[in-house]
Design a protein around this ligand. Structure first.
Ligand code: 3HC
Length: 285
């Protein structure tokens, strides 16, 4: 399967990162957002990140200009018609994913591969909202997408082998190491990471140690680049909470049930770095 034109639905943190690495790898990218305002914000994020890559000596100004020239923004899903693969990166809600896949199923010809960047929802259930579930797979990227080296390729019980192979080949083409995983809640990484992060919150709540010391312990004791509180703030507490709840609802495993403080922080608008306050304060926002 030759992929030349790639579609992306959603130009948030993940969608913009996927658009960036794909354009850098030479794909023509069409990225669709719901409003011009969201699109503008997403494209600005790509401009800033590609500039950072130039500043850090990871690419040249010429490569940046070429990559940006390969990205077309749109607010019309019909513009995804000519894509050989479309990756959905919208909000982590099953109803919204199903709505998007329902539209993609009618717009894209049956040979187009459809992928979801979900971190926790069932690929099989998403695939069942289309008429050709065997062309649907999971491609789970990690944040920040241009920097993190892993891509989880998720196979539902219906997906065709050549679709999985195309997902693995796409990962290699955009410079990622891939792992192939069955469609099970949380896949590999989040099955390990989410319970760990919730244990950290419980340790802090029962006064085992300060959040600063828990972070310090994990960065210095295990060489993690960020401790759990810093990382939850980095990812966004709303995204973190939704991922935990999605897996909890599917499995009823209490290891994924978020401590109530997480919900309270979200209700208060303390979503982490993006709002200037989470477990820590980020005064510049
Ligand atoms: N484009 C290309 N390269 C970039 C870049 C960009 N926009 N921005 C930074 N880089 C490169 C830098 O040049 C540097 O490369 P080097 O190691 O070769 O010098 C490297 O990336 C690190 O960048 P920085 O020096 O600017 O930043 P830090 O050293 O402070 O690292 C971090 C920042 C990469 C975010 C690091 O703290 C980290 O790895 N944190 C953990 C992130 C993580 O765990 N993410 C997963 C979240 S979970 C998730 O996404 C799953 C979801 O389902 C919830």
């Amino acid at each position: 399967m030759h992929i030349k034109r790639l579609g992306i639905v959603g130009c948030g943190l993940m969608g913009s990162g996927i658009a960036e690495i794909s354009a850098k790898a030479g794909y023509d990218v069409v990225v669709v957002e719901v409003t011009e305002e969201f699109l503008k914000k997403g494209i600005s994020r790509i401009e800033a990140s590609t500039q950072k890559a130039v500043d850090k000596g990871k690419s040249t100004a010429e490569e940046r200009a070429k990559a940006l020239g390969r990205i077309k923004g749109s607010t019309n899903m019909d513009d995804l018609k000519g894509c050989q693969m479309v990756i959905e990166a919208v909000v982590e809600k099953m109803d919204e994913k199903k709505r998007v896949f329902g539209i993609l199923d009618t717009i894209c010809p049956p040979e187009t591969i459809l992928a979801s960047n979900t971190s926790s929802l069932s690929i099989t259930e998403i695939a069942c909202s289309t008429k050709n579930p065997e062309r649907v797979l999971g491609l789970h990227f990690f944040s920040p997408v241009p920097v993190m080296r892993l891509l989880e390729v998720i196979r539902s019980i219906m997906v065709r082998d050549d679709v999985v192979e195309a997902g693995v080949a796409f990962g290699a083409a955009v410079g990622k190491e891939t792992v192939v995983c069955k469609d099970a809640p949380g896949f590999i990484v989040n099955q390990l990471y989410l319970p760990y992060s919730l244990v950290a919150i419980r340790q802090w709540e029962r006064g085992l140690a300060s959040k600063e010391d828990i972070d310090k312990a994990m960065t210095l004791g295990l060489n993690y680049p960020m401790g759990p509180f810093t990382l939850m703030d980095f990812v966004g507490l709303d995204i973190h909470y939704n991922a935990c709840m999605a897996i909890y609802e599917e499995t009823k495993d209490p290891a994924y049930f978020p401590p109530p403080v997480l919900k309270k922080m979200i209700q208060a608008g303390h979503l982490g770095r993006k709002t200037g306050k989470g477990f820590y304060d980020y005064p510049s926002k």
